[in-house]
Design a protein around this ligand. Structure first.
Ligand code: FMN
Length: 359
């Protein structure tokens, strides 16, 4: 299978083209420190060509959900050093996904600290998950210009921390309505400084962050995850094609390692301006290796890689439930089903490290 052939992704040699998609599993402790079980979880999945870590909060301000790990204290770095070492010893590669939730957060998960965002606009028609159940989203505080600069500096520091912890690279989480996505989208960004307004100005935050990340990692070790056709967390644009075409054109100019693109995951029929197939809409505009994601199976993944429309495919739920997914694809074995109840549940190994390997 083409999917099982090696590839060099930017500066990183991978033994196959199957990527474990970033997945928040909410197993860290209250301080965002990793626990030993997390090492086992990642080690079990090291047969992936590349693992992208669950979203790692780049600062205290970045936190959105309970029990999510951080990458901003010495203790965090120490914890992740163990995990990257375990993955490398098992023959795998692992990239840190850098995460800032922005307004997709709740003060109940942040010791009372209020969420921040490009503009003071609340997420409507969706609930926030807190350690105490579901709640309305709060109106975030608008980041001042100086605070925007500080967030960019926090991303930079998190890349320094990622390298110190032994990660092979970093990925900016700019998808699914989190902070970078909030800068991009006209529904969440009404700023009047150079970070809001035109498409160029709304793209500026992401491009500045990517430049800072690359300055730390060196060329070809920093990637970006985007979801142009996902309206989750109140993302909405009149002209998403023009927006993402501009952003992708500018990203092409930077020595980024890859673009990680999500297909739409929710129905978008009523929004005619949103492409139903992001590879058809944007594939030709991307001059970097493309990791395609969302809903791919053994056959559809193999086909898109064979067609040369994507170089790699990332799998979320399938890797969650099948630690040996590449081997299962190789022999075309049956797959374990993921248990949705245990996806985020804090605590023990159930639905985490107890999914069986092939006999
Ligand atoms: C439990 C769970 C947690 C997730 N957490 C993250 C995350 O932290 N960062 C991210 O970019 N995507 C996250 N995702 C989305 C996945 O990376 C992926 O885009 C999505 O599952 C679609 O791929 P799939 O159809 O192969 O599962 C998560 C998905 C799941 C199932």
């Amino acid at each position: 299978m083409k999917l099982l052939e090696p590839i060099t992704l930017g500066a990183i040699y991978l033994k196959n083209r199957m990527v474990m998609a970033p997945m928040t599993r909410s197993r860290a402790d209250n301080e965002g420190n990793v626990v030993p079980l997390m090492s086992l979880y990642y080690q079990q999945r090291a047969s992936a060509g590349l693992i992208i870590s669950e979203g790692l909060n780049i600062s205290k301000q970045a936190i959105g959900m309970p029990f999510t790990p951080g990458l901003y204290t010495n203790e965090h770095i120490k914890g992740w050093t163990e995990i990257t070492k375990t993955v490398h010893e098992a023959g795998g590669k692992i990239i840190a996904q850098l995460w800032h939730n922005g307004r997709a957060a709740h003060s109940a998960n942040k010791n009372g600290e209020r969420p921040v965002a490009p503009s003071a606009i609340r997420i409507e028609n969706q609930k926030a998950y807190t350690g105490f159940g579901w709640s309305e989203f709060e109106t975030p505080d608008e980041l001042t210009h100086a605070e925007v600069k500080q967030v960019i500096a926090d991303y930079k520091q998190s890349a320094i921390n990622a390298l110190e912890a032994g990660f092979d690279g970093v990925e900016l989480h700019a998808a699914f309505g989190y902070l970078p996505n909030q800068f991009l989208s006209e529904s969440s960004n009404k700023r009047t400084d150079e970070y809001g307004g035109s498409i160029e100005d709304r793209s500026r935050f992401i491009l500045e962050v990517m430049k800072e990340l690359i300055a730390i990692t060196g060329p070809d070790r920093a990637g970006i995850k985007l979801s142009p056709s996902i309206l989750y967390h109140g993302m909405f644009d009149e002209n998403p094609v023009e927006l993402y075409a501009y952003l992708l054109k500018e990203l092409n100019k930077l020595p980024i390692a890859y673009v990680h693109l999500m297909q739409p995951m929710f129905p978008i029929d009523e929004f005619a301006q949103y492409p139903k197939d992001v590879v058809e809409a944007f594939g030709d505009l991307i001059h970097k290796p493309l990791i395609i994601n969302a809903g791919y199976t053994r056959d559809t993944a193999e086909q898109i890689v064979k067609d040369g429309k994507a170089q790699l495919v990332s799998f979320g739920a399938l890797f969650l439930a099948n630690p040996d997914l590449p081997e299962r694809f190789r022999v075309n074995a049956d797959l374990n089903k993921p248990d949705p109840e245990k996806m985020y549940a804090g605590g023990d190994e159930k639905g985490y490290t107890d999914y069986p390997f092939l006999k």
